[in-house]
Design a protein. Structure first.
Length: 355
């Protein structure tokens, strides 16, 4: 571990030096690349410097324990330093886990009503509110680019982008089938019903990702937007549907004010979809690595149940249960997401140890 930490520190110092050179500073692409790499290493370097200082303090304090006057005080200090070293050991272990290169990206989220008819669509709307409330609490913002209203409320389908620091690292575990158990507002006899909505979370493909799209592989349709209601509804033929023929991937954008804006947004989302297909292909090839993950990201995988009569939320992948469903639906997802992150780190640490 120390060898890896020393190599990381050396690389960080190299990058610091590079970023003082005029030829690097005059190259915007290189400056951005080096700054991004430095930022990714910063937490490890800060923690390692603290760790090295604690090691030096331990050695000095051990010498002081031999002193007849200061020995007892030094022994107490040594005990505290050993505890700090143990804590930093664990922190460094986690920091050295290979990071998902997509963690810092924005996310594209798609929610669809699935089994349960109108109630499934209403639940899809509840999930949309849950995620957007969570994003707001985290200082992130969101933008809807396509929505199809449900007949009784909610959405049969809604697609949106969440933008903010480390958005993907926080929301990437949400892909899968979400199940709700409650008495629907549409149920006249007061019977409990189980319905589902599916969620897909994808890292937004940014300019650093090279996804080649041949214009000849695209079919572009222009039509009148149905909008989501309110002032944002377009009344001109400005909605855009792009079909990528080789993969039969369809992207629709209708919430921007002009056809050009909708087309630009649709192309960004298409790039994200194609990037996601490539990531899924790589995970399939990795095989065992995919199985060790928390969930597969498959829409069909049942990941969580929201039980309204019991005010309970259960995440089936890690056996986590909370009796704060009302707070969760209002965007208070921190405890669930923290539990998922910790379990993911634990599995990755175990995987590294076994290797």
């Amino acid at each position: 571990m120390i060898e890896r930490l020393e190599a990381t520190l050396e690389r960080y110092q190299q990058l610091e030096t590079e970023l003082t050179k005029p030829e690097v500073l005059s190259d915007i692409k290189k400056t951005r690349e080096y700054s991004k790499e430095m930022a990714a290493l910063e937490d490890i370097v800060t923690c390692y410097k603290k760790y090295k200082k604690v090691l030096a303090d331990i050695e000095n304090t051990k010498e002081m324990t031999k002193d007849s006057e200061l020995g007892e005080i030094a022994k107490e200090e040594l005990k505290g330093l050993e505890e700090e070293k143990s804590s930093l050991d664990k922190e460094l272990e986690i920091l050295l886990i290979p990071k998902d290169p997509n963690d810092g990206k924005n996310v594209v989220i798609e929610i669809r009503g699935a089994a349960g008819g109108d109630e499934a669509n209403i639940f899809a709307g509840d999930l949309f509110r849950m995620y957007t409330r969570y994003a707001e609490k985290k200082g992130m913002h969101y933008q809807v680019y396509n929505a199809v209203d449900g007949a009784a409320g909610g959405f049969s389908q809604i697609e949106f982008i969440v933008k903010g620091t480390n958005a993907y690292s926080l929301l990437k575990y949400e892909s899968g089938s979400h199940r709700v158990q409650r008495v629907p507002v549409t149920e006249a006899n007061g019977r409990l019903q189980t319905s589902t909505a599916t969620v897909l979370v994808m890292p937004e493909a940014d300019d650093d990702i090279d996804i080649q799209i041949n214009p000849n592989d695209l079919r572009i349709d222009i039509y009148r937007s149905s909008g989501c209601g309110g002032q944002g509804v377009n009344t001109t033929d400005s909605a855009v549907r792009i079909t990528h023929l080789p993969t039969n991937t369809v992207v629709t954008c209708q919430n921007e004010r002009s056809q050009i804006q909708n087309k630009e947004q649709a192309m960004k989302v298409l790039k994200t979809r194609l990037y996601e297909l490539e990531l899924q292909k790589q995970l399939e090839e990795a095989g065992e690595q995919r199985r060790s993950k928390i969930g597969t990201g498959d829409r069909a995988e049942k990941i969580r149940t929201y039980n309204y009569p019991q005010n309970r939320v259960t995440d089936h992948r890690i056996g986590y249960t909370t009796k704060n469903l009302d707070r969760v639906m209002d965007g208070d997802l921190d405890d669930i997401i923290d539990a998922l992150i910790q379990e993911d780190q634990k599995r990755k640490l175990k995987g590294e140890t076994e290797e």
